[in-house]
Design a binder for this molecule. Structure first.
Ligand SMILES: [Zn+2]
Length: 342
């Protein structure tokens, strides 16, 4: 029998201080060349060990080989000039200097496939690999070539599908697409965002997931959250179409958020990765707090479809805090497993 409530994380974990400056998002590397390559692999093994020791069931690479969840992927593509930068508004929230799309985009060679093969060699457990979603990718670029968000998203979807097929062949069990942009551009999500995501997963036999959150605990995000009022109903706009899509799992922010839990009813039938760990605070949840969030979610998610998870990535946290949160997630899930068995 498969284990009920398999635990997982949204993806990223803190990097060791010898690899990148700690407690900082998108922190630059401290090593170079061969040393950097070896360091990333060592860090991946550490991140895996932390997850396994904490009893996390579906493990990841902790995103130890990438600096940024979107940019690192784009850096490997043709058609984007990283020297030519323009300031754009990211997710309608904050300004950032971003690279420019100067020609047709394409993927010359695999981006993460070797890393995924390495992770596969290190564990017998189920592994999940995160990629940026098409809509979130276009939102972190200035497009001087296609001059159409939709057109560029379709191009990226094709590229992501190539990468995803190779990740699947490398033994990845779940491929996850990070789409925080799904919480912002509702009309576009429904017009073509979910369609491009379906293009990205076309032909895959492994499970597929979409992660839709309210972002890392950085100031631009926490300030934005303050403007959202007492009930966050953003998910309501996109859930009906997601429910009808062929995506298997939906990863959501729940704990300490103002998302009304009953919105999960709108994706009934899908597996839901319920965020039961707040990544925007250093306070480590108690197992009972995790259990309380999962208990609430169980009113709207069938027990065999619930995967306890973190709200988002834990990259900016200290390793001590992240470790504590992983343990709390495991212990909280255990409480609910015992209740379900009783
Ligand atoms: Zn996230």
């Amino acid at each position: 029998m498969t284990k009920l409530l398999p635990t997982s994380t949204a993806g990223s974990l803190p990097k060791p201080s010898w690899l990148a400056e700690p407690e900082k998002l998108w922190s630059p590397w401290k090593l170079e060349g061969e040393e950097l390559m070896a360091g990333k692999r060592d860090a991946l093994q550490l991140a895996l060990a932390e997850q396994e020791r904490a009893g996390i069931d579906i493990v990841s690479d902790g995103e130890q080989t990438r600096q940024h969840f979107v940019t690192t992927f784009i850096e490997h593509l043709n058609g984007v000039d990283f020297q030519k930068r323009e300031t754009v508004r990211i997710r309608d929230r904050y300004d950032a200097s971003v690279p420019t799309v100067v020609g047709a985009v394409s993927r010359e060679k695999p981006v993460f496939v070797e890393d995924a093969k390495f992770l596969r060699q290190q564990t017998k457990g189920r592994i999940k690999w995160a990629l940026p979603g098409p809509m979130t990718m276009i939102d972190t670029l200035f497009d001087a070539h296609y001059r159409s968000r939709e057109k560029l998203a379709w191009e990226f979807a094709t590229i992501l599908n190539q990468e995803a097929r190779e990740l699947e062949a490398a033994g990845v069990d779940i491929i996850q697409f990070d789409e925080p942009a799904f919480n912002v551009f509702f009309d576009e999500v429904n017009d073509w965002g979910i369609a491009t995501l379906e293009r990205a997963i076309e032909g895959l036999k492994c499970e597929t997931a979409v992660h839709i959150c309210y972002g890392y605990g950085i100031k631009a995000n926490t300030d934005w959250k303050k403007t959202l009022g007492s009930e966050w109903r953003q998910y309501e706009a996109t859930f009906p179409k997601l429910q009808a899509s062929s995506i298997d799992l939906i990863s959501l922010e729940c704990h300490n958020s103002h998302v009304p839990m009953e919105l999960l009813e709108l994706v009934r039938g899908k597996k839901v990765m319920v965020g039961a760990i707040d990544v925007a605070t250093d306070t480590i949840e108690t197992p009972e707090e995790v259990a309380a969030t999962l208990r609430k979610a169980l009113q709207f998610v069938d027990a065999d479809k619930l995967c306890p998870c973190t709200n988002c990535g834990m990259a900016p946290l200290s390793r001590r805090v992240a470790r504590g949160k992983l343990q709390a997630l495991s212990a909280g899930a255990d409480i609910i497993r015992r209740e379900l068995a009783a």
